[in-house]
Design a protein around this ligand. Structure first.
Ligand code: TYM
Length: 337
């Protein structure tokens, strides 16, 4: 008898040409391991990506590029279900139902909305940006996911998802699995190299603080050598007084699969330059093969599209079954001939 594996789901927005080291460490690296132990669904959140203004041709290209980076980083579309959100219409459909169960004040408390809206100017922010976390809740609940591996910045959205699932279940009967956030403490937040108290982000003010997976190796090396540290010159881990160095030590330890203590011990006697040089080697050693494989995959867009289509079919079977049950529970009249 085959044991059923726990269901897992996660996604990213295809909102930049390249993913960055925060996405890799905070998400992809754990996804790769988790696909072995879970029935995993990974998707590209293109409907989320249009909650801020987008260029249509760029979005299409970035969706393929992000998919290629998933595969290049080790997500295997024959083990995991790897698809584009808009290819499965049930996402938008369930989001509508969940919209009707979400309080206005509840949605207004979401800090990511407040941050993003502040960046754009309150009046420019769309209603889609406001209801973004509700679409995200739909993504998760459609697949009855138990585990949702994300970085710390997504915790509040997973909490909302849990609240909505429990509310639906108590009002309409047991329908949804209540998911758990799966947040790996050490990797949950990678910071900007130039501004080490802000998270590394696709929308960073300056590109020099963000290590893009598709940067040329020379560029990556330069960014690391120029990363902001401090003036005391001592290699030791202190998140409060030495945030820049703490971030670099975290990145080294994770990518080299070592403890922070052992990295500190190795570099304690030397200056920052020696440490950064070694770190640049570790980062380039991880990122350069992903870049090369991504570029190879992008040479054959028809094959990528074929993989996405097959995977979307697999995803749709699960999603449509949940949606049908939801429509029934809510009391929508079925269309019958
Ligand atoms: P997105 O595209 O902003 O980020 C994708 C994943 O990368 C993680 N991440 C980081 N981890 C560590 N350090 C960082 N500096 C860093 N920056 C980003 C994020 O936590 C995330 O796990 N709303 C989601 C996409 C989404 C989703 C979902 C995720 C839509 N529906 C359903 C899970 C389940 C987002 O914008 O991720």
């Amino acid at each position: 008898m085959t044991e059923t594996k726990p269901r897992l789901l996660s996604g990213m927005q295809p909102s930049a040409e390249s993913l960055h080291l925060g996405n890799y460490i905070g998400a992809l690296l754990s996804w790769k391991a988790l696909q072995e132990t879970h029935d995993a669904f990974f998707f590209l959140a293109d409907l989320h990506a249009i909650t801020v203004p987008q260029d249509p041709a760029e979005l299409r290209a970035n969706t393929r590029r992000t998919m290629a980076q998933y595969i290049a980083a080790g997500i295997d579309p024959s083990k995991s279900t790897l698809f584009v959100q808009s290819h499965v219409p049930a996402h938008a459909e369930l989001a509508w139902i969940l919209n009707t169960l979400t309080g206005f004040g509840e949605a207004a408390r979401m800090t990511q909305f407040k941050d993003k809206a502040a960046k754009q100017g309150q009046d420019a922010a769309s209603v889609g940006l406001f209801t973004y976390p509700i679409l995200q809740a739909g993504d998760i609940l459609l697949y009855q996911a138990v585990d949702v591996p994300v970085g710390e910045d997504q915790r509040q959205h997973i909490e909302l998802t849990r609240d909505l699932a429990a509310r639906f279940n108590s009002r309409f009967g047991d329908t949804f699995t209540v998911p758990k956030p799966y947040i790996l403490k050490d990797t949950a937040k990678i910071y900007d190299l130039q501004n080490p108290t802000s998270k590394m982000s696709k929308s960073a003010e300056s590109a020099s603080g963000v290590v893009w997976l598709l940067d040329e190796p020379k560029v990556t090396e330069k960014k690391i050598m120029r990363a902001v540290t401090d003036t005391d010159g001592e290699v030791r881990f202190d998140r409060d007084t030495k945030p820049g160095l703490a971030n670099l030590l975290t990145i080294f330890a994770i990518l080299a699969n070592r403890s922070v203590d052992s990295v500190v011990e190795e570099f304690a006697g030397g200056g920052y330059g020696t440490f950064k040089k070694a770190l640049a080697e570790v980062v380039v050693g991880t990122v350069a093969p992903i870049r090369e494989r991504t570029l190879e995959l992008l040479d054959d867009p028809a094959e990528l599209d074929r993989i996405l289509a097959v995977n979307a079919d697999r995803a749709a079977v699960v999603a449509e079954a949940t949606l049908a049950q939801v429509y029934d529970r809510v009391g929508l009249l079925p269309r019958r001939r």
